[in-house]
Design a protein around this ligand. Structure first.
Ligand code: AMP
Length: 287
């Protein structure tokens, strides 16, 4: 079932709750792929009703970003969502989500000033705002997000705690192509040459993981190694390569004392900006 009206979605959610059903929401911007399907399947395991939201959210795009050209295909999305187990696709219009005098935003501070937040000012204000709205509209018990957008997960987790949303956050590992490239709706922008080169992102992350496992403790060394690989093997322009504490997102110089490390990067291939990351658990006793 496709629902476009906000009030209708809210009424349906209220009915599900009154009937004792558990609701899971999977927020997306559509153009669904196997990564989104993995989220929907996970949601289906954890709830009676899965609502996939499809909304290209204008407030999380900056000026000059790809809001206008972001790929859209609702019929395709409905098919994929249904096959993966979603009972409802909620696809509101932009005008309904943002009325003419819309003025209320959710601002998560500190952790949004680095990485994606630094490169894309205002991005997480848009993300937090739309996720809060989608929570109010779909009334979920569970929300499922992808590790692909690592900082988004951290921001949404913070918002859930700070604003007391009664929602459990579930994170699904990044789904990749056979050659390692993380699935993304934006991969469709890549030329065949760029598509081939983009594999280096995952190769660089994997190499960093190996270096850490074999004892490297200097994050400067890791960052230089990754930057070197990306520059050597692709025409990609590096936006950032980061080694940070996975909870605070504080940029690290030494890895010791940090149980979970987020290695993340953003690289531009022509107009297309790709992000990827790898979460590394460190067993301190080995070092
Ligand atoms: P998007 O439609 O790109 O905004 O993504 C919607 C949700 O799907 C977010 O929680 C993403 O992290 C997640 N997602 C996107 N790509 C992947 C992927 N390759 N693997 C796992 N989750 C993903």
């Amino acid at each position: 079932m496709v629902i476009r009206d906000i009030r209708e979605m809210q009424d349906n959610a209220a009915d599900f709750r009154a009937a004792g059903k558990r609701i899971a929401v999977v927020p997306t911007m559509g153009y669904l792929h196997e990564g989104h399907s993995a989220l929907i399947r996970e949601a289906k395991n954890r709830a009676d009703v899965v609502i996939t939201t499809v909304f290209v959210n204008p407030t999380q795009f900056g000026p000059g970003e790809d809001f206008e050209r972001y790929p859209r295909d609702l019929d395709h999305d409905v098919r994929i969502a249904k096959n993966a187990g979603a009972g409802i696709v909620f696809a509101p219009s932009t005008d309904a989500m943002y009325e003419p005098h819309f003025s209320s935003f959710v601002l998560v501070e500190k952790i949004t000033s680095v990485l994606e937040g630094k490169s894309r000012p205002g991005h997480f204000r848009g993300v937090a705002t739309v996720v809060a709205k989608l929570f109010h509209i779909t009334q979920p018990h569970v929300a499922v997000f992808g590790q692909k957008d690592a900082q988004q997960v951290i921001v949404v987790r913070r918002m859930i705690r700070d604003l007391n949303f009664a929602v459990d956050l579930v994170v699904v590992p990044t789904v990749r192509e056979k050659d390692g490239l993380a699935l993304s709706s934006r991969n469709t922008y890549l030329s065949p040459q760029q598509r081939q080169e983009a594999v280096v992102l995952y190769t660089a992350l994997s190499e960093a993981q190996k270096s850490i496992a074999s004892g490297t403790v200097s994050s400067m060394e890791l960052v230089e190694e990754m930057k070197g690989m990306i520059t050597l093997h692709s025409s990609g322009v590096i936006d950032y390569v980061s080694v940070a504490d996975a909870e605070t997102l504080e940029e690290l110089t030494a890895l010791n004392g940090h149980p979970e490390i987020l290695v993340s990067l953003a690289v531009r291939f022509g107009q297309t900006r790709l992000i990827d990351n790898i979460l590394i658990e460190r067993k301190e006793s080995n070092h």
